[in-house]
Design a protein around this ligand. Structure first.
Ligand code: HEM
Length: 464
């Protein structure tokens, strides 16, 4: 049992209760509760989530010590039951060892090729136009909904050359399924910590599996279609899946990448690439509403960069340092992966003079690092200028919205492009305000991702 007290030199932490461990202190707003506890117990802290011994790292130097200097034993994901259902050891998010390494390699190569592929850039630019236009007939709306359609369309275009219309009242079944899987994951975290809860909610697992099966089925069908068209003409590259399949063919180890791995990896990308970027966009729109001066300054810079064009493209990014700083800042103040994805200590590790025993769960406190008043001035204020001034002394390890090392987010570059084009085009085409003109709450909701509270915004078209 993980909770055994045989270790004398564990990082300090609050006393755990039998069975529940420290879960009661984390029931509400766990990212904030964990950061408050870290202030009391220090940059390395021991918590018990149920009986799972968990070491939370909230100090930049200790992040480096554990995840960089001892990376060979801190790269694996910590696998609980939900992760097993999603991955079965054959996906990218929750696989480990050689399997993960080989998949990560072909995926990274495919992402690199994607970045220079003109078909994809054109598609993302076009999707950002549809996204911006969709607000014309919906002047008052919760922007989260359209942001999700935008990011899931980008993922579906990228992976499968498919998309869904913004006007569809009956949204594409995959978007619906992704939403359910995310809900299942959020519920799953407490089930994972306290497996006995399953007895009281017998259908929760079944529902998660059923919705996952929808995504898998859709992915399988599309993979077979892609394999068939590549068999006819291997030079006909239309999307990321074509790139991945050709990369796999070139690896000389085709049989390693079987259908189960392929459909699980594709559904991972759909799931991890939709809510994350969409929530960040929704946060950025919220901060633009609450900071009108920043909204106006960003719009002016974007207009100047655009010249006579009507819609932004990625080439404009080098001319918009202030708006780029807004994107950096929203990823700091509202990191959707507030506690990243847990890793596992695969050997005893050292942290700041303490011992992290093998098999512990490791959590990077992304939110705590980004809002620590000892590391940032006025950390709870949205201030893009901090990224443009020389004054902010910064360690590389206090700002890690996409995680760290060889296990860091594989979609970070795509995510930043989506936020740039999506929110940038909205700023260019609309004056954005809250429905009643009052500031919106900046308090987040932490489930599987750190999201803003639902809000209604008013999009008034700008006459250009
Ligand atoms: C603002 C948007 C995003 C944020 C904040 C974010 C954040 C993260 C974080 C914190 C991790 C864990 C990193 C670690 O363990 O060090 C991660 C992993 C991952 N992300 Fe993202 N992500 C975003 C968008 C995306 C997108 C668009 C995709 C897909 C194209 C994606 C795919 C993945 C995958 C596949 C992993 C697992 C990588 C592995 O285990 O090797 N993410 N992300």
């Amino acid at each position: 049992q993980q909770q055994s007290r045989e270790y004398v030199n564990l990082p300090p932490g609050p006393t755990p209760l039998p069975l529940l461990g420290n879960l009661l202190s984390l029931v509400k707003d766990s990212h904030i509760s964990i950061s408050k506890l870290a202030k009391k117990y220090g940059g390395a802290m021991t918590l018990y989530l149920g009986n799972v011994r968990t070491i939370v790292i909230s100090d930049p130097n200790l992040i480096k010590q554990v995840f960089v200097n001892q990376s060979q034993d801190s790269t694996n994901r910590f696998i609980l039951e939900t992760a097993k259902i999603i991955g079965n050891g054959k996906n990218i998010l929750f696989s480990n060892g050689d399997y993960w390494k080989q998949y990560r390699l072909v995926l990274s190569r495919s992402f690199m090729r994607l970045k220079t592929h003109s078909i994809m850039t054109d598609k993302i630019n076009k999707e950002a136009e549809y996204f911006s236009n969709s607000f014309k007939s919906n002047p008052i709306i919760d922007p989260a909904h359209f942001c999700k359609i935008f990011t899931s369309n980008v993922m579906m275009e990228m992976l499968f050359n498919d998309r869904s219309k913004y006007s569809n009242t009956e949204t594409h079944k995959i978007i619906e399924a992704i939403k359910n899987v995310e809900h299942g994951l959020a519920v799953g975290s407490s089930f994972d910590a306290l497996p006995f809860l399953k007895l009281f909610f017998p259908n929760a697992r079944k529902d998660l599996i059923k919705t996952l099966e929808d995504v898998w089925e859709y992915s399988k069908e599309s993979i077979v279609n892609h394999q068939n068209s590549l068999a006819k003409d291997e030079n006909q590259i239309n999307d990321f899946l074509d790139l991945l399949l050709t990369e796999i063919k070139g690896s000389g180890n085709e049989s390693f990448y079987d259908m189960e791995g392929l459909y699980r990896v594709c559904s991972d990308l759909l799931i991890s690439g939709t809510e994350t970027s969409a929530s960040t966009m929704t946060w950025l729109i919220l901060y633009m509403i609450n900071n009108k001066d920043i909204q106006m300054k960003a719009r002016k810079e974007l207009q100047d960069a655009m010249g006579d064009k009507k819609y932004l493209t990625m080439e404009d990014k080098s001319k918009t340092p202030f708006f780029n700083a807004c994107i950096k800042e929203v990823l700091r103040i509202a990191p959707v992966g507030a506690l990243s994805l847990p890793r596992e200590a695969t050997a005893d590790l050292e942290v700041g003079g303490y011992l992290i025993p093998k098999d512990s769960q490791l959590i990077m406190n992304v939110y705590g690092l980004a809002t620590n008043a000892e590391l940032w001035s006025d950390p709870l204020i949205f201030n893009p200028n901090r990224w443009l001034s020389e004054d902010q002394e910064m360690s590389n390890y206090q700002y890690i919205p996409f995680g760290i090392g060889s296990r860091a987010c594989i979609g970070s570059s795509l995510a930043k492009d989506e936020i740039f084009l999506g929110v940038g085009n909205l700023l260019l085409n609309y004056e954005i305000d809250s429905e009643n003109g009052k500031p919106l709450t900046e308090k987040g909701n932490f489930g599987i991702a750190l999201c803003s509270q639902p809000y209604q915004a008013k999009f008034t078209p700008l006459v250009i």
